[in-house]
Design a binder for this molecule. Sequence first.
Ligand code: AR6
Length: 202
Amino acid sequence: MYFTSVQERKISLNIHGTVELEREFGIARLRLMLGDITEQSCDAIVNAANPSLMGGGGVDGAIHRKGGPVVLRECIKIRSSIYKDGLPVGEAVVTTAGALKAKYIIHTVGPVWRGGGHGEAQLLSKAYVSSLTLATRLGVRSLAFPSISTGAYGYPVEEASKVALGTVSRFLKTTPGTLKDVIFILYKMTDFEAYAKTLAGL
Ligand code: AR6
């Protein structure tokens, strides 16, 4: 079944009742989906973590809960070796996905929104590029992102969607690699609509 979105692009309601929107960039597909990232069976999912890597609320909490203690154990190893002072904003690291359907969790840290004049857009873009670069190094073909920084970190979703989709589409157009399918899993319909509007304008 199909219906037209507010932005006059086709949004499909698939057989699972999932709201979806997609665009092609070179040989890769960029999709938006309303849902829960912990349910995704793609090669890797991205976690909107904090520098401690010790878990937290929001999507981070959900990923650690469903992934199980092995995820935290690997995060502790990372903290006690390469990132003793915590994972800097914009960087990304990988762990197993434990009990999740995905193979890997790529943990990145987005910026806290401080009004927009503190390099937030550059740092948010860097978090996406670091995650995409690491995914490519791991040979990942399908990758799911949440909307980094737009929950507890307070980044306005319209602004964040421009950075997120602009960065990912640029990467897919310019960086040959293994990625074939990049999916943004939006948890709330209002977030999906903001991302859909931005994707329609790309
Ligand atoms: N699947 C997909 N998206 C989700 C899910 C889910 N299961 N749960 C929440 N979201 P947030 P941030 C959406 O706060 O803003 C944590 O405590 C949510 O609706 O998870 O980067 C960390 O430990 C929102 O749109 O991440 C950090 O301390 C988006 O995920 C801090 O929050 C991001 O919201 C990071 O803040």
